[in-house]
Design a protein around this ligand. Structure first.
Ligand SMILES: [Zn+2]
Length: 394
C-alpha cells in the first residue's frame, strides 16, 4: 500500500538529512543505544523499510518515526500527515474501515479454520517485531534487568518488553493491523468467540525475543514475574513459558510455538546471500568458537558481558533443533563449542543426562566440545560473568 508521504518527508520532520545511495537512503542510526558513528541505517525509498546494520533495528519509516517520538504507529501516522499538511479526517476513517473489513474477513474465516499452521519465518518475525514495537518495558522490569547486569542499549536493541497487562492485549491486534502484518499463524494470537483477533492474556513478566541465526524473531519466551508464578502440585511452575495460543478453550486460529535454538550474537549482512548471519568474532587455536547454554536470557546476558556469540536451547530437555542449529553454525565456520551449562549439572541426574545428549549432538556434528567450569558459587555462566565483570552478586 502506498503511503501518502515519502521517507524523505518523514526524515525531514525528524530533522535528519539522509544521503542517497541507489534506491536507498542512508543515515546515522538514531535509535537510542545504537553506537553507529557512520551511516549504517538504510531506508528503502520505495517501500519505506528501515534496517540498521549496526544494531539490527528493523521497521519502516512510520515505526521509526513512532519510536523516535515515543508514540504508537497510529498516533505517528496522524502526526506525520498533520505536519505535512495532508491530514484529513477521511484518511483516518479510511484506515478504520480497513480494520473493520479485516475483522469481517477474519470472522468469516474463523468458521472454517482449525488450528493454524505457522506463518513462514520471515513473516512471523515481522509480526513479532510489530508486536514488540507496540509494547514497552516497565521501569520495574528495566531495573530488574539492570540489577542482573544488563545494559540499557542491549535491552533496547534486543527488544526486551513487558508482557501486556490489563486489557492491552485486546487492543494490540487492531494497532498491529494498521501496518498490515499477519496475525494468523503467529503463536500468541487467536480469535475469540466473536471472531475477533486477540493476543493472549498475560501475567506480568518480561518478553524475551528468541532469535535465529538470521536475527529473525522466531518465538518469544515469557519470563513470569516471581510473585505471579503459580504453585502447581506443591511446586512453583517454571519461570519461563513460550508465548503460545495453542490450547485455549473457546478460541480458534491459535497455534503453538516452534522449538528454536536462540542465537545471542551480532549479525552481519551478507550481500551475496541477501541475509544476516551471526558474526563470529572469537577464535582460539582450534578455530572459531561459540558458547552453548540453556535459556535465551542467560545467553543474551553472557553475550553482552563477554562478547562471545552464544547459542541457547530453550530448556535443558528441549534439544529438538540443536543438531540443525549446530550444522548451521558449522556451515558458517564454527569449529568449536564451549559448554556453558549450569554448574549444578553433576548433582542432578536428569540434568546430567541432558548435558550428555548435548555433548553428543555437538560431537556428532563434527565440532569440538569443551566444557567450561567456574566458581560453583555462581550456578549460571551469566551470574558468574556479572560478578566477574561488574561485581554483581545476587
Ligand atoms: Zn542502529
Amino acid at each position: 500500500m502506498a503511503t501518502p508521504y515519502t521517507p524523505e518527508q518523514v526524515l525531514g520532520l525528524l530533522s535528519i538529512s539522509p544521503k542517497a545511495k541507489g534506491n536507498e537512503l542512508v543515515i546515522r542510526c538514531p535509535i537510542q543505544g545504537c553506537t553507529d558513528t557512520s551511516t549504517h541505517m538504510s531506508i528503502n525509498k520505495a517501500t519505506g523499510q528501515v534496517y540498521c546494520l549496526h544494531c539490527n533495528w528493523r521497521g519502516n519509516i512510520l515505526t521509526l518515526f513512532a519510536t523516535m517520538q515515543g508514540m504508537n504507529s497510529k498516533e505517528a501516522y496522524a502526526v506525520i500527515l498533520k505536519a505535512l499538511g495532508i491530514w484529513n479526517e477521511s484518511d483516518m476513517e479510511g484506515s478504520i474501515s480497513k480494520i473493520q473489513k479485516l475483522k469481517e474477513e477474519n470472522r468469516e474465516r474463523a468458521i472454517k479454520l482449525a488450528p493454524s499452521p505457522l506463518l513462514p519465518m520471515n513473516d512471523l518475525s515481522m509480526t513479532y517485531w510489530e508486536l514488540l514495537g507496540n509494547l514497552s518495558l516497565s521501569n520495574e522490569h528495566t531495573l530488574s534487568l539492570k540489577e542482573r547486569g544488563f545494559e540499557d542499549y542491549f535491552i533496547n536493541v534486543r527488544e526486551y518488553k513487558s508482557a501486556p497487562v490489563n486489557d492491552y492485549h485486546l487492543l494490540l491486534p487492531d494497532k498491529m493491523a494498521m501496518n498490515g502484518v499477519s496475525l494468523e499463524g503467529v503463536p500468541g494470537f487467536h480469535k475469540n468467540e466473536k471472531g475477533k483477533w486477540e493476543f493472549i492474556k498475560c501475567r506480568p513478566g518480561i518478553f524475551v525475543p528468541v532469535r535465529d541465526n538470521e536475527g529473525r524473531i522466531r518465538g518469544i519466551q515469557h519470563r513470569i514475574d516471581e510473585d505471579a508464578r503459580r504453585i502447581k502440585d506443591g511446586k512453583k511452575e517454571s519461570k519461563y513459558k513460550w508465548v503460545s495460543s495453542q490450547s485455549w478453550e473457546g478460541y480458534t486460529n491459535g497455534c503453538g510455538p516452534q522449538g528454536v535454538v536462540h542465537w545471542a550474537c551480532e549479525y552481519d549482512f551478507s550481500p551475496r546471500l541477501r541475509k544476516d548471519h551471526p558474526r563470529l568474532n572469537r577464535s582460539d587455536e582450534d578455530g572459531k568458537y561459540i558458547g552453548l547454554t540453556e535459556g535465551p536470557m542467560k545467553a543474551d546476558l553472557f553475550f553482552q558481558l563477554s562478547g562471545v556469540p552464544t547459542i541457547a536451547v530453550p530448556g535443558i530437555n528441549v534439544q529438538d533443533h540443536l543438531v540443525s542449529a549446530l550444522k548451521e553454525a558449522k556451515a558458517i565456520g564454527v569449529t568449536k563449542v564451549f559448554g556453558l551449562l549450569d554448574m549444578d549439572y553433576e548433582s542432578n541426574e536428569n540434568v546430567r543426562n541432558a548435558c550428555e545428549r548435548i555433548v553428543q549432538s555437538v560431537t556428532s556434528t563434527g565440532l569440538i566440545y569443551q566444557r567450561l567450569t567456574w566458581d560453583k558459587e555462581f550456578n549460571g555462566i551469566d551470574d558468574y560473568y556479572a560478578f566477574k565483570t561488574k561485581g554483581i552478586r545476587r
